[in-house]
Ligand binder design. Structure first.
Ligand SMILES: Nc1ncnc2c1ncn2[C@@H]1O[C@H](COP(=O)(O)OP(=O)(O)OP(=O)(O)O)[C@@H](O)[C@H]1O
Length: 142
């Protein structure tokens, strides 16, 4: 049986400010194994700290990919009457809004929220003999 809770990590590219400051990426991901390694910049002798997740998405990943892997099966369950939650957690500027609300262009980076809405309403539009009630609320915790 699939796990009830899945935790994935997404790494965003360095932004303009970080690039100008000559910041270095201190993270390595092995996407196919959900592994994440954090290395201390400049330290050769210290082994990187290692973490394992249900999914690991590096800087080139798209929200489309993440939606299909993680959110799609969850929303399918919701349409069948199960509860589901997608929760974005991380420090300021790490990419929560980018993943959840997303951007229209490129369309591969459209967010999880608009994708879920489209998915739900498309499923409802083709469902037969079932009446759905959709209730929406929005909460951002600071
Ligand atoms: N995967 C990504 N690829 C490209 N740009 C990204 C990615 N993730 C985030 N960014 C960019 O990084 C910046 C910060 O991202 P975002 O606003 O989503 O962070 P946040 O976690 O929601 O921050 P806050 O908690 O302060 O609201 C934005 O300019 C966003 O476009």
């Amino acid at each position: 049986m699939a796990e009830a809770v899945k935790v994935i990590v997404r790494c965003r590219p360095l932004n303009e400010r970080e690039t100008k400051l000559n910041c270095k990426v201190c993270l390595d991901l092995v996407e196919e194994r959900g592994m994440c390694y954090i290395k201390k910049p400049g330290s050769q002798d210290q082994a990187p700290k290692q973490f394992t997740f249900d999914g690991a998405y590096y800087t080139g990943s798209t929200t489309e990919q993440i939606y299909n892997d993680i959110a799609y099966p969850l929303v399918e369950g919701v349409v069948e009457g199960y509860n589901g939650t997608v929760f974005a957690y991380g420090q300021t500027g790490c990419g929560k809004s980018f993943s959840m609300q997303g951007v229209d262009n490129p369309s591969t980076q459209r967010g999880i929220i608009p994708r879920a809405f489209q998915h739900i309403f498309e499923s409802i539009s083709v469902a037969e003999n079932t009446k759905y009630l959709v209730h929406a609320s929005y909460l951002e915790i600071y």
